[in-house]
Design a protein around this ligand. Structure first.
Ligand SMILES: NC(=O)c1ccc[n+]([C@@H]2O[C@H](COP(=O)([O-])OP(=O)(O)OC[C@H]3O[C@@H](n4cnc5c(N)ncnc54)[C@H](O)[C@@H]3O)[C@@H](O)[C@H]2O)c1
Length: 321
């Protein structure tokens, strides 16, 4: 089987690629080729599964056609620009997040091979006056351009699946934390940096207060769920191929306490509290009373506690780990 990860150079894409290479199988079949495609050349790694890395711009249909061929059995569409970037630059968000998804779907339609297509949406598709709790039956009412572009992707994924052009699965990811590396342009970037930087011995700024709640998942669980999502029987998904990936809601204060329980009191002392109105405006519109019943029933799962998220960062990603 040939598996393609578009966005394979990114945070989730790299972790997913390593996990797939390590397990060597997907949907009960050996992975004979793993291809990582990204606008920034993806980092290759030692793998027993044959691995290719290619440049691809999903905003360009010709570039998409070069990476998706008739042999591609499973496609992960992870490539996107993140929330604050899409809010700043409407054209880039439309071209990459919305038209990128369309270009991938159209390429699948052209080939007629009905690949499994796993699409990463976001809980940013929910917002506004939709009543709590947010369930899989809540209507999509995004309050950002990023959320809107992801919602369009979800609708197209459903329609192309209904028409038998792809075997789609859309997962609305919670905020994945702790994210390694440098801060990115996601409005939620601080939700990793207030743990990552202090755990690395550096200062970090928190733009919201201790009571701020949010819906999270660790990178390890996210990857595990993305693999399960590809393995689900398409028929089991019903008429809506999209669902929320299980996560857990914690307040900033609870998560800092979890960091202290795992790593001692020093990291929490490195957090500087500073109001950032633009970030606060975006993230305060995000929902946190979220139930992922459909995904849970299908066997996907969340972390037991935020202490797990902290431990995974220390074990998997902290420099020198
Ligand atoms: N990480 C999170 O907390 C989170 C939360 C909700 C949803 N998501 C979604 O999950 C997916 C993966 O997120 P991530 O954290 O790994 O993001 P990331 O930014 O680390 O990775 C995205 C990748 O897409 C690539 N990309 C951007 N524009 C491209 C283009 N035109 N053509 C091809 N590649 C392009 C980037 O180079 C990058 O490597 C994204 O779709 C994101 O919207 C992530």
């Amino acid at each position: 089987m040939k598996v393609l990860i578009i966005g394979g150079g990114g945070f989730v894409g790299q972790k997913l690629a390593r996990a797939l290479a390590e397990r060597g199988t997907l949907r009960g079949t050996a992975i004979e080729k793993l291809v990582l495609a990204d606008i920034n050349n993806p980092a290759p790694f030692d793998s027993t599964v044959p691995l290719d890395t290619v440049r691809c711009d999903i905003a360009d249909p010709a570039s998409v056609a070069e990476v998706i061929d008739a042999e591609t059995d499973v496609i992960y569409l992870l490539a996107a620009i993140v929330s604050a970037h899409a809010e700043e630059d409407l054209d880039a968000g439309l071209n990459i997040n919305m038209m990128g998804a369309f270009n991938v779907l159209q390429r699948c339609r052209e080939l007629g091979t009905k690949p499994v297509l796993v699409f990463t949406s976001s809980i940013a598709v929910f917002g506004g006056e939709v009543p709590d709790p947010i369930t899989d039956a809540s209507y999509l009412n995004p309050q950002t351009s990023y959320g809107t572009q992801k919602a369009v992707g979800e609708l197209l994924l459903n329609d192309y699946s209904r028409r038998g052009l792809v075997d789609g699965r859309g997962l609305r990811l919670p905020t994945i934390s702790v994210r390694p590396g440098k801060p990115n342009r996601a409005a939620s970037s601080f939700m990793s940096s207030i743990f990552r930087e202090p755990l690395n011995g550096a200062e970090a700024v928190c733009p919201v207060d201790r009571e701020f709640p949010h819906y999270y998942l660790s990178p390890r669980k996210c990857v595990e769920n993305l693999i399960k999502a590809a393995e689900l029987d398409g028929e089991a998904l019903g008429q809506n191929r999209c669902m929320t990936m299980p996560g857990r809601t914690w307040t900033i204060g609870q998560m800092i306490d979890a960091m202290t329980a795992v790593a001692g009191p020093e990291p929490a002392g490195l957090i500087r509290w500073e109001d950032q109105p633009e970030i606060k405006r975006i993230v305060s519109g995000w929902r946190f009373d979220i139930h992922a019943d459909k995904a849970l029933a299908l066997g996907l799962s969340a972390d037991e506690s935020f202490e797990d998220n902290i431990r995974y960062y220390i074990e998997d990603d902290r420099p020198g780990s």
